[in-house]
Design a protein. Sequence first.
Length: 299
Amino acid sequence: MSTIDDVIALAAVHGLHLSARDATVNEAGLDYRVVMVSDASGRRWVLRVPRRADVSEGMAAETHVLDLVAPVLAEDGVAVPDWQVRSPELIAYPALPGAPGLTLTDAGEPDWHMDPADPDYAERLGRLLARLHSITPEQAETAGVEVRTPARVRQAWRDDVARVSEAFTVSSALAGAWQAWLEDDTCWPEQTVMTHGEIYPAHVLFDEEGTITGVLDWTTARVDDPARDLSAQYGAAGEEMLQATLTAYEQAGGHVHPGLAAQAKHLWDASPIGYALYALTTGAETDRAAAAAMLNPDA
């Protein structure tokens, strides 16, 4: 889909009659292009257009996730998308309350609408994650959500490192750091929990007082390492706010195993692996070039 009009025409095929008059586009997501539009009554709608076929293939899994997490997060007043249209080429749902904490400008630069190093945000994020992580692997499995054991989590990272190392030139410093991490028993989780996987301010909605009102984009959600929901906080706000988040998390009932903070940092440092896998998925030369620069910065 190349224009807003195209997306609105696609929505009409599915029975949604929307106006382009006040439409906006959010290009921040790697998997979906998002268009915000209104219907005749003024109600705002979110239209998500998959960027690739593999994204469409994951829609059924995301539906299971949303059905599982919606009632749990609602206990804290946090909403998740309620898909009214679900097809391989379009997802549509009524807009959730609040606004994202991070968007991209037309030039592709980050535009922050909140401070990720705000202690209030750290506390709210910690409580949110404690609630999400309270969903047990058994509950997730019953709901049809992917469940990874601690051993599976670690092996998946070994496999990902091997795949990236085969496809790209990786600097010796990076390769050595990854190997040391994979061999370090102290940071890997003792138990896995229900995770979002990409929880950072672009996917978190806030009201004017900074209260978290919703969480978007559950594409990568599954039972996995709890640290994957903390790594972006470390990357955006640093060590002190990571610790503040963990304090609130533990006070709200989250389990903080001894290596959790270290693992959150390791996962942030491993982000070039994720981007390289994304580049292999898209096959785009610009993505491959960007990944190559991350993996071998001194080349």
